[in-house]
Design a protein around this ligand. Structure first.
Ligand code: OOB
Length: 546
């Protein structure tokens, strides 16, 4: 990685001043969120993970003790720390300890593997990796060993059996006074779904993230009586901040952590802990719907079921309204910022047919054609947005292409090009109709086509490759790779071999192709580029090969 210094693109000073003046940015760092709730509700349970639970007072004290221990290990303000933890109680401690230190968590998903982690470490020059011993049949210590060899990592902290690494349990020490980070500074790095070969990192500040959490908690009517069930990986922007675990801790409620969203696990937790709100992606919503048919448990505590991350079909939304207690809420958001919610008192028609409206009166929305001209209300166009919690540029990480990527992803006047095709209704609600970005949304998990294509181009039997989404009744979309073979021998190009090839290169499982098509040529646009649209249409008519 070159050491080229890039300046972060951020909000212009006059606009930042306006967001402060109008009360969106309150100048409070995220570490304070827990401090305030601990002062108000010290004995209320903040986190439940299986048989373990922490009150607000305990979580607050533990976060201070952990922050002191991490400081002793050498972690300082603005240091990047790659955090890869599933939904375990230690995650809550790590989040607040890092916020209080002013160190910057880089939130990797548990599903990420060597390829993704190596990129995060290299892009951020992280010296610390905090992870778990094993989860979901995978040994993260083996991954840590690999990363220590190929990146600048100096220390690895392990929750569980640490082997040669630093045991998480032994770090905590007597709290020390720490300088409070300034709220305009970087608080965390989120991951972009990405359209490029190396996923970009999303810089979120204390001020902007805190605002989105606070406003989301208000929209979802969270209180100290709320019980939030986290079934999606809690580090993803949706369950982290929309309003998610942070919103629940802001409101003084209880977070129940689940390892996954399987109905048998989740339903039992809902009944046991009287869960009031949870967040699902559409495939989970479908799984929950069908499990409801034979469900003997009382789920009547559920006041809000959120669905987001990918398009929820109107048909499924209707069924959910009849089958689930409480409100259905559609959530259309992005780690870059903008989040839209249907409101709890919205008429059913809106909840069924739209993906909600923006959080904030200060969110600016434009729907434009290919020349960036605004289209009429209700007309299809590309969604552009800017506002008090939407980034103005990606994280500068010494990548020479970043300026070019920022120029492509943001307009000159700072609007983020979401890559989503939407309609804006007269009442200001958005309906997501599709995408103009080269990405596949596999049940809420985003896959950059270019990233997978680049790996496959390294395969000796591949001459050219193009990855597209094909429609799927359960996941919404699945990945199909179309290959032009390098030779007549296509045995190595069968699905299991290609998947094994990508897995060996350290790519996360959800990015691996679901289908392969061998083609002689690719359809081209008039500019001579591969036409993914024509390719999608072409393979829709083919009987799948294996
Ligand atoms: C959420 O965040 P990301 O960063 O994983 O993905 C953002 C993209 C959006 O640009 C859009 O393409 C798609 O995911 N998306 C939806 C959607 N919600 C997200 N497409 C259709 N309908 C929806 N309801 O996915 C995310 C972040 C915060 C809250 C909720 C979701």
């Amino acid at each position: 990685m070159s050491g080229t210094a890039h300046k972060a693109q951020t909000w212009p000073e006059d606009i930042a001043a306006r967001y402060r003046r109008e009360g969106y940015w309150k100048g409070i760092p995220l570490g304070q969120l827990l401090r305030d709730s601990a002062a108000l509700y010290p004995d209320q349970v903040a986190v439940i993970d299986g048989d373990r639970r922490w009150t607000y007072q305990q979580l607050d004290n533990t976060a201070d003790a952990l922050a002191a221990g991490l400081y002793e290990l050498g972690i300082r303000a603005n240091d990047k720390v790659v955090v890869q933890l599933p939904n375990v109680g230690e995650l809550a401690q790590v989040i607040f300890a890092l916020f209080r230190l002013g160190a910057v968590p880089v939130f990797a998903l548990p599903a990420h593997r060597a390829c993704e982690l190596e990129n995060f470490c290299k892009q951020t020059q992280a010296k610390t990796y905090i992870t778990i011993d094993r989860f979901g049949g995978f040994d993260y210590r083996a991954l840590a060993r690999y990363l220590k060899n190929v990146t600048a990592l100096q220390r690895v902290v392990i929750v569980g059996e640490a082997e040669e690494f630093i045991p998480f349990e032994e770090i905590k020490t007597t709290p020390i006074p720490l300088a409070t980070p300034a709220a305009h500074q970087l608080a965390l790095l989120q991951l972009s779904g990405g359209t490029t070969s190396i996923p970009k990192l999303i810089p979120r500040t204390h001020d902007d993230y805190f605002y989105s959490v606070r406003a989301s908690a208000e929209i979802c009517e969270l209180s100290n009586h709320s019980v939030y069930l986290a079934v999606l990986p809690a580090v993803h922007n949706f369950p982290l901040s929309s309003p998610g675990v942070l919103g629940t801790w802001y409101a003084g409620g209880t977070v129940v952590l689940a390892a996954n969203g399987a109905p048998e696990t989740a339903f039992a937790l809902i009944a046991k802990h009287q869960v009031t709100i949870t967040a699902l992606v559409p495939p989970l919503a479908l799984a929950w719907l069908s499990a409801m048919r034979h469900n003997p448990l009382d789920l009547s505590s559920l006041a809000v079921v959120q669905v987001g991350g990918a398009k929820l079909s109107a048909e499924v939304a209707k069924q959910m309204l009849t089958v689930f207690p409480g409100h259905l809420q559609q959530v259309f958001g992005m780690a870059e910022g903008l989040v839209n919610y249907t409101r709890l008192n919205d008429p059913q028609e809106i909840v069924i047919h739209t993906q909600g409206r923006p959080i904030s009166p200060a969110d600016e929305i434009r729907v434009v054609d290919e020349e960036d001209n605004d289209v009429e209300t209700n007309q299809l166009g590309q969604l552009l947005t800017r506002g008090p919690y939407t980034i103005r540029g990606y994280f500068p990480c010494g990548d020479d292409n970043l300026d070019r990527q920022n120029a492509r992803n943001f307009t000159a006047d700072g609007f983020y090009r979401t890559g989503d095709l939407v309609r804006l209704t007269e009442q200001g609600y958005l309906i997501v109709e599709g995408r103009c970005k080269d990405q596949i949304n596999r049940g809420g998990e985003k896959i950059s086509a270019e990233e997978v294509e680049n790996h496959l181009l390294a395969h000796p039997a591949v001459h050219d490759v193009a990855m597209v989404g094909i429609s799927d009744p359960y996941l919404g979309e699945r990945n199909c790779v179309c290959v032009i073979p390098a030779t007549g021998d296509t045995v190595q190009l069968r699905l299991p071999s290609l998947r094994a090839f990508l897995r060996d290169r350290g790519l996360a499982e959800y990015k691996l192709p679901d289908r392969v098509e061998i083609l002689e040529t690719f359809p081209k646009t008039s500019f001579g580029k591969v036409s993914k649209k024509a390719l999608r249409e072409l393979i829709a008519d083919l009987v799948p090969q294996t």
